[in-house]
Structure formats: C-alpha cells, structure tokens
Design a protein around this ligand. Structure first.
Ligand SMILES: [Cu+2]
Length: 109
C-alpha cells in the first residue's frame, strides 16, 4: 500500500503584507503624562505597531495590524485608559483615577 503525501506548498502569499493600517483618533489627551499612560497600555497591546500623539490637535495616530485588531477595539482600549476616543467617552472609573492635570480642562481650560 502506498502512502501518499500531499505536500502543500507553504505559500509565500502568507508572508506578503502585514496589513498595517493607520487611524487617527480624536482624544482628550493633554500632556506627556497622558502619552506615557497610553504608551504603557499600547505596549501590552501587541497588535499596535506604532503610536504618534499630537497634543495640540489632541489626536492619537495608531498604526496597527488589521488582521489582529480594529479601530473600534483601539478606541475601546483608549477609553478604558481614561481618555475619549472619537465619539466614545472615557470610562468613568479610569478617568476619575487620572491626576487632575490629565483630566479634561487640566491643561486646556
Ligand atoms: Cu496628562
């Protein structure tokens, strides 16, 4: 009896593109401490590749692996850290835990 082998060529297709996408989210970030706090969160959020903050415009630009996460999940993570993320309002408990200068109006009255 012949045992046949089916060799599936491991396609180079899988290695093609990493599907990195970028989204810019309006947020309530105000200072370097806000950046540090969010960086700590993003550091454990491995689907995120790079993050850039604009404190003047109060935006967060996130590069992420679209196969591993999506914009809604990123917004949720930001809100859970205590910051608004577009129309998603910061989770109250996390927001209350922020130092006063990082709460809304702390730097931008
Ligand atoms: Cu802050």
């Amino acid at each position: 009896m012949i045992v046949g082998f089916l060799l599936f060529a491991v396609s180079t297709y899988a290695q093609k593109s990493k599907k990195v996408q970028e989204v810019t989210i309006e947020s309530s970030i105000q200072c370097g401490m806000c950046e540090d706090r969010l960086n700590d969160m993003f550091a454990e959020f491995w689907a995120v590749k790079a993050v850039d903050y604009d404190l003047d415009k109060q935006t967060i630009t996130v590069q992420y692996n679209a196969k591993k996460t999506n914009e809604d999940e990123i917004r949720l993570k930001i809100a859970e850290t205590g910051y608004d993320a577009d129309e998603l309002v910061a989770k109250q408990e996390a927001y209350d835990a922020l130092p006063a200068c990082c709460q809304k109006g702390g730097h931008h009255p």
